[in-house]
Design a protein around this ligand. Structure first.
Ligand SMILES: Nc1ncnc2c1ncn2[C@@H]1O[C@H](COP(=O)(O)OP(=O)(O)O)[C@@H](O)[C@H]1O
Ligand SMILES: O=P(O)(O)OC[C@H](O)CO
Length: 504
């Protein structure tokens, strides 16, 4: 009897395997962190072989913890940190370079040069829904081909292939150099800058401008269908791999945001708010991205507007790892509670420039409003408030683009255990914030995509039925304070602009 569905969640900081039952509740989880490699200022890399090893271990670990075998699992879904780009040799399975992570800014020059061909930052937006920015995969692939010795020749000879982490994990799980399937889904492909949002096919013209051979790119299939079976050696041997969703789209699916106008905000390494816009592709005028939300089998493509914020939870990690001001992420709440407010301090974490709604790669982080009054507690608050202010900016942009005024916000991700942050978020938005019972919505969304493909769940109604609320925070702040705080934040943001110039 196959009573469960598994999901591999290959995230920015860790890889997890989670097993879910038919009610969408977590039965088992195993997780391993991987190294964050920072070779230079602004560069962020992952060792893809370490990630593949962790994937194997967590798949075996999650089964063992629940005392299950592959025979108990109906299907497996894959979800992943998006944009992170890897190029590997399809004969040996060896990456030619570390994976270049979505936060990495080394492609700054490439991006400027492409914009100079005409149209600037907006050059490709009409086709791909994205501004030209270091965030996306295409320029990262170009950097690898331009900078790794011999890579371009090998790529042109058809020996090298590209994938985001979904494709890398899928290719290896289905046999690697020995018959691995080279496939991705439209949610991941829509983050490369190389996929046409209407046709869901690679765009030869853009790939040509970036010097990327089309033969390197994976086949784009739907987000929910069987791509292949797990190789014989795997802990999940023989189980169909039947769902792929980029992690933020997976969280949207797992949060049951299945109708136009429904949105969720995920608080992880960064923050990502997605608004389901149905089969309509809304082109942003306010610094948001247009992206594929999901495509279930042969159903119509569902699109989303997305507000991506690069640094939120990773600012808490920075406080812990780089400054040693806290020893665990959870400790930040204690410090923040030791004071009544931020003491006038605002922390704008523009570590990777600023993403939505600004898209300023020339920005760098700043703490402003400092006086001798400010102590550790105020800084802890400023760190948490930065997450909430950045989310408010994204929601304002969404309202302006879509005309949808949210009446509440569904939240999930590692930071939503922080009650002070959730209350402040409700305060600064002026609408209730709602956390579901299953906070692991990313893995759950991928499990749903896989389970729907094999008939484990019958329809999207099962997803709606399984969703349940855990806790709600209602706004308590008065309007004048809310708007004063937000004005101060906006002013603080302007202090980070124009920091990096071409000469740097
Ligand atoms: N109690 C907490 N308060 C604030 N931030 C937290 C807390 N616990 C975890 N975090 C932050 O949440 C992030 C991890 O969330 P997660 O959703 O697992 O991330 P990802 O999927 O991006 O790897 C980390 O950046 C961490 O700093
Ligand atoms: O791994 P996460 O949860 O930080 O998500 C990363 C995003 O997919 C980047 O776009």
């Amino acid at each position: 009897m196959t009573s469960y569905v598994a999901a591999i969640d290959q995230g920015t900081t860790s890889t997890r395997c989670m097993i879910f039952n038919h009610e969408g509740r977590v039965v088992s989880v195993d997780q391993r962190e991987h190294e964050q490699i920072f070779p230079k200022a602004g560069w962020v890399e992952h060792n893809a072989e370490e990630i593949w090893e962790n994937t194997r271990r967590v798949a075996a670990g999650a089964l063992a913890k629940a005392d299950l075998t592959a025979k108990d699992i109906a299907a497996v879904g894959i979800t992943n940190q998006r944009e992170t780009a890897l190029v590997w040799d399809k004969k040996t399975g060896k990456p030619v370079y570390n994976a270049i992570v979505w936060q990495d800014t080394r492609t700054d020059k490439i991006v400027t040069e492409l914009g100079n061909l005409g149209g600037g930052q907006e050059r490709y937006r009409a086709k791909v829904g994205l501004p030209l920015a270091t965030y996306f995969s295409g320029p990262k692939i170009k950097w690898i081909l331009d900078n790794v010795e011999g890579a371009r020749e090998k790529a042109e000879a058809g020996d090298l292939i590209f994938g985001n982490m979904d494709t890398w994990v899928l290719w290896n799980m289905t046999g690697g150099a020995d018959g691995g399937v080279h496939v991705t889904d439209p949610t991941n492909a829509s983050r490369t800058m190389l996929m046409d949002l209407d046709t869901l096919q690679w765009d030869a013209e853009i790939a040509g401008e970036m010097g990327i051979p089309l033969s390197m790119l994976p086949e784009i299939r739907s987000s929910s269908e069987e791509y292949g079976k797990v190789r014989e050696k795997g802990a999940l041997a023989g189980v169909p791999i039947a769902g792929i969703l980029g992690d933020q789209q997976a969280a949207t699916f797992g949060q049951a945001c299945l109708s136009p106008g429904e949105a969720k905000n995920t608080y992880g390494t960064g923050n990502f708010m997605l608004l389901n816009t149905g089969t309509e592709k809304v082109m942003s005028q306010n610094g948001l991205l247009t992206t594929v939300c999901y495509k279930i089998g042969s159903n119509d493509t569902v699109y989303a507007l997305e507000g991506s914020v690069a640094v939120t939870g990773s600012l808490v990690q920075w406080l812990r790892d780089n400054l040693g001001l806290i020893t665990t992420a959870a400790e930040i709440e204690e410090h923040a509670r030791s004071v009544e407010d931020n003491g006038g301090a605002y922390f704008v974490p523009a570590f990777s420039g600023l993403f939505a709604p600004y898209w300023r790669s020339d920005a760098r982080g700043a703490i402003v409003g400092l006086t001798r009054f400010v102590n550790k507690g105020h800084l802890a608050r400023a760190v948490l408030e930065a997450t909430a202010f950045q989310s408010r900016e994204v929601i304002d942009a969404m309202n302006a683009d879509s005309g949808v005024a949210l009446t509440s916000l569904k939240v999930d991700g590692g930071m939503v255990v922080n009650e002070l942050l959730m209350q402040f978020q409700a305060d600064i938005l002026g609408v209730p914030v709602i956390r579901p019972v299953v906070n692991e919505t990313t893995a759950l969304g991928a499990a749903y995509a896989a389970g729907l493909a094999v008939g484990f769940w019958k329809s999207e109604d099962d997803i709606r039925t399984n969703w349940a609320q855990d806790k709600q925070w209602d706004p308590e702040m008065d309007d004048s304070r809310r708007e004063r705080e937000y004005r101060n934040w906006k002013k603080a943001v302007t202090k980070t602009f124009d920091w990096v110039s071409d000469e740097d």
